[in-house]
Structures are given as structure tokens and as C-alpha cells.
Design a protein around this ligand. Sequence first.
Ligand code: AMP
Length: 440
Amino acid sequence: MSKLKYQTLTGMHDILPDDFIYFNRVLRAVESVARYYGFSRIETPVLEFAEVFAKGTGAGTDIVEKEMYTFRTKGGDLVALRPEYTPVIMRSYLEHGMHNLPQPVKLWYQGPCFRHERPQAGRYRQFNQFGFEVLGEQKASVDGQIIQMSYGVMKELGFKNITIEVNSIGDSECRPYFKKILTSYFKSRRSALCPDCQRRLKENPLRILDCKEEKCQRVKAGAPQIIDHLCENCHKHFKNVLEFLDELELPYSLNPYLVRGLDYYTKTVFEIVENSEDGKTQGTLMGGGRYDGLSKILGGRDVPACGVAGGMERIMNVLKTKGILRAEKPESKKAQEQKQEDAKIFLAQLGEMAKRKSMKLFEEFRAAKIPIAESFSKDSLKAQLRSADKMGAKWVLIFGQKEALEDFITLRDMETGAQKEIKLDKVVEEMREKLNSIKK
Ligand code: AMP
């Protein structure tokens, strides 16, 4: 058969009706997790000023240097097809003065991205990303929540063999010094590096850690590790993040050489990978981290932030090839919306340990499909009770220091002010009964 004259461009693909079964499944999982955690959807134009990425993603990154679809418009503007969302979400936050809203601002998105990459398995030139971003909060609990949500999406889709790789890459205080140490390590082994990495040695030695060439991997194996050189602030933050992950019982592993190829990351970075039994892997399914410096790079105020992006096609491919697709019907959108509005229970927490444990409890309520509201970013009980009151919660579950130590929770009836203690492993059941009793 002769080849058709018109086909999709190299690296681009149609999403056919049969594929949409998978596409919609992924989207619904993302949407349901986002909704449950109180994230609002945002969409931005596919075209942006190229500078948003040149500055935000970083001029020396592969994405900007080699992969971006950039062109000049008839009006003379230098624009680019969005290669990723994160700098754009920050651009939008700053442009729309979202710092005036109650912080943090929690956003999710889904849409097409474009990168002129070398086509290979799981790598397209147009692909769909989804993501969760929390802007305006520096606490480690946010990093924990983002990682939990990423894992939650995978679980919702029925993935079993998932690993979360985590690292901290420090910040502007500790990273420059580490870069120096790393440079001197690689300099003495320069001839063992690939030509690209020899160049990277001058520009940014951290990128060498990202190189997939076998010879560079060998050199990397003995390289100094940034976790040994974190400043006090970054060290404390990372420790806190890991405590959250432990408490949430997430299957993570430390990867001291995980850096991620983008310039804006600070402190936490992580990736979610599928452990393929047959050796055929789609690569990273989701990746993210903290990007406290991005706002200033884009000329804005100080906005600490953390987020994650996942690839729809890569996840769809695994769902398809491995036959992972849960049989039960997803909930209707309306039912989910109803859930968020109907939360009658508010989860309040006091102190670090209680916060970690309450995030786990929150997940248990989600698994039991019982809507509850939270305010993990607020520390004072008063402020949390005020939020609970404002949203008309009937009950508040108070998780304080004593409760966390002794594994119980204090239940407060917001109408009568009466309080009682419930053992932690009975909370979900008891609250289900309470909800059922008011429905009758
Ligand atoms: P990144 O923005 O590079 O961290 O990518 C986030 C996620 O998007 C990755 O974990 C992949 O799942 C997906 N992704 C990135 N680049 C591509 C691509 N060229 N084709 C398909 N998916 C991609």
C-alpha cells in the first residue's frame, strides 16, 4: 500500500476514541483527587511569551535550548508553544494578583504541551500534562500533600508497582557551594564524561547527574551527594518532608542523584516511576518538587510553591499495556462536587506530629468516600475553628499533641460545644455512623 501523503507530524499522535477510555480514566482520577484536596482548575493559553520559559524553566535547560517550539508572530513578538505549565501557572498567579486571595492558592490543570524531542517510547512532541500546584506556602506539609496526591492518582488508577524517588537539591544558600564541590569532582574525571556533559561541567554540573549516558552514569556513581551538604534550613525542611512520607506510609526511596532537569527547583524534588517487571518502562510518570525561587525569577514577589506534573500519555500507555484498569464505575462529576460542598466534618490539627498523622487520617476518609474539610496550612486552632464555623461544619475532629501521642482524637460538636474522645482506628467508622444518623 502506498504511503498516505498526509500523516501526523513526527512525534505527534491522534488520540482515537478507544484511547479516550484511558484518557478519561486518568483525567477523572486526577480531577477526583484535586477536588477532594480542594484544588481549583486553571487553564492558560497554549502560546506564551518565550521569555516566560527562557527565564522560568531556564535558558540552559534542554527544554528551552533544544526543544521549544519558538517563533515570531506577525506583530513581532517572540512566542513559544508551552513546553510545560509550572512557569505559566506562576505567571498567571502574579498577573492576576492571586497573592490577595487566602493563601495557599491550590490549582490543578490539564492540557497539551510541546517539546521538539527525539521521538522514542513514551516521548512525544505534543503530549498532555496534568498537574497540581500549591502557591504561597513554604511548609513541608505541602510537599507531603503533593506527593500524597500524586501517589493517590496512581492508586486511584489501580497501579500497584509504584516507587516515589525523593531528594532535596538545596537552595540558593547551600547549592552554590555544592556545585563547586561537584565541579571539582567531575573536572578530575572530565575525559570519562560524554561531550554534552563536558559542556555541562562549565554551565551547570548538576545536569551531569541527570545524564542517561552509561559512561556518565559510571562517573556519577561516586559523586558527592547534596544531602550531605544541605544548609540547616533545607536539612530541616527535607527531614520534615520525609517524616510526612513515613507517616503516610508512602513507598518512597531516597535517590541522592535525583536533580530534575529544570532550573527553578529548590529543596524537595521527586519522581514517580513504575517498577516494570518486564523491563519495559515508560520512564517517569510524574515529577515535581518545590520551586520557591520561580516567582522572583519572573519578576514577582516572594512566593514559595510546590507542585507536580504528570504525563497523560505515559500513564495511559501503562494502563493499556499492563491491563491495569479498575472495573468499577467512576463517580459522576456532580456527585463529587456535591461531596466537597457537603463536608460536615472538619479536621483540625495542632503541632507537627498531629499534622502528619492527620494527613493520613484525611486519606483514610477519602478512601472511605466520606467528605471532610481541612486546613493543613493553618497552625492555630482558633483559625481552624473559624474556618470550620464558616463552612458550616457540624463536627470538628481535633488532633492535638496529646491525641497524636496516644492515638485518639477529640470530637467536638459545633452546635452544642460538647466534646468526646474517640480511638483513632474507630474514627472513620464512628463518623460514618454519625453522618448516616443525620441523613435518616
Ligand atoms: P517534566 O515537565 O519534564 O517534569 O515532565 C513531567 C511529566 O510529563 C513526565 O513525568 C512525563 O510523564 C511527562 N512528559 C514529559 N515529557 C514528555 C514527552 N515528551 N512525551 C510524553 N510525556 C512527557
